[in-house]
Design a protein around this ligand. Structure first.
Ligand SMILES: Nc1nc2c(c(=O)[nH]1)N[C@H]1C(S)=C(S)[C@@H](COP(=O)(O)O)O[C@H]1N2
Ligand SMILES: [Mo]
Length: 319
């Protein structure tokens, strides 16, 4: 029997493709707006949004505690240039992602908690304090965006979960549904998509669970019905379409760390001075712009989060 082994030189092409190539292709497609827009007539799009039982929660009150960075990325770019390997390893997966079934949606909370909980997304969101935050977003591949997320602080979810004192980390996983997600049939990836946070990170006010984007329920391609947003960390930490939240006393090993441990680690904080083994992290390209701009330490959120890492200087904080 032939065993498929992923070696460095066999890695999926896009992992070694300079991001600029993919970005150029996507930018070219975005230019063909008439073709993209033709897929779903505006009235159909509205009907779909109206059918969402959580549409009534948006737009949520804006919280500008962490600033309101500019320029805002266009909704069209942020919802048509995506990373969601379950639907394909390129950036143009938004149509394919419409197959993601988001109702009913059950979230399982377990591990080191007082009592395991199973709750539907619609029940959970009704209990959470919704707000909107405009944040910078930085992908490890050096593209970036500025988008208005709606949702709730992750600490509200942690309080709801009632973790035990022994819980040191929280691990989140994406839906597993290979029949619908073609990427999950590519067996060399360590599905389901997994990532996590230390408990003090998860309960920091900047850690956010997004349920909305641009004042509407979050689109499937961006991680409906709920995804993690940690704006000071690289994008790959930000698990989409979450179905499980587990509290543990061991550091979770993420999807990317399992696949490429020499390139992706647990902390993954943005730092322009610590390059990826194969490229510099000094600058980034905002979606929709050709110019490269300097990347900021902790993606511009250092004044709020740097303290989390004071006692962790011996860890690989920036990969
Ligand atoms: N389940 C899942 N979550 C994921 C990914 C993924 O492939 N699958 N990609 C990550 C990466 S690398 C990035 S950059 C962001 C992209 O989020 P966006 O498509 O909303 O911009 O999602 C993250 N979350
Ligand atoms: Mo990414």
């Amino acid at each position: 029997m032939l065993i498929k082994r992923t070696r460095g030189w066999e890695l999926p092409e896009r992992l070694v493709t300079p991001e600029s190539v993919a970005l150029g292709r996507r930018a070219a497609m975005a230019g063909g707006g008439a073709i993209l827009a033709g897929t779903l007539a505006p009235s159909a799009a509205r009907a779909q949004a109206d059918a969402d039982p959580t549409a009534k929660f948006y737009p949520a009150r804006r919280n500008d505690t962490y600033g309101v960075p500019t320029p805002m990325t266009t909704e069209k770019l942020a919802t048509t240039y995506n990373n969601f390997y379950e639907f394909g390893s390129h950036k143009n997966i938004w149509r394919e992602a419409q197959k993601l079934p988001i109702r009913p949606w059950t979230i399982k909370i377990g591990g080191l908690v007082e009592k395991p909980i199973e709750i539907s997304f619609d029940e959970l969101i009704a209990k959470m304090p919704l707000e909107e935050r405009v944040h910078r977003f930085r992908c490890v591949e050096t593209w970036s965006m500025i988008v208005p997320w709606s949702g709730f602080p992750m600490k509200a979810l942690v309080e709801f979960a009632k973790p035990l004192g022994s819980a040191k980390f929280v691990e989140m996983k994406t839906l597993s549904r290979p029949s619908i997600m073609p990427g999950q049939r590519e067996f060399w990836y360590p599905w389901p998509y997994t990532d996590g946070l230390a408990i003090d990170e998860a309960t920091h006010d900047l850690a956010f669970i997004a349920t909305g984007l641009y004042g509407k329920p979050i689109p499937r391609q961006n991680g409906a019905p709920l995804r993690l947003v940690t704006p000071w960390k690289y994008g790959f930490k930000q698990v989409k379409s979450i179905v499980s939240i587990d509290f543990t006393d061991k550091r979770p090993v993420s999807f990317w760390e399992k696949l490429l441990p020499t390139e992706y680690g647990f902390w993954a904080n943005v730092n322009p001075q610590v390059g990826h083994p194969r490229w510099s992290q000094a600058t980034e390209k905002l979606l929709g712009s050709d110019a490269r701009i300097p990347t900021l330490l902790y993606n511009g959120y250092a004044e709020w989060v740097a303290g989390l890492y004071e006692g962790r200087k011996s860890e690989k904080l920036f990969m």
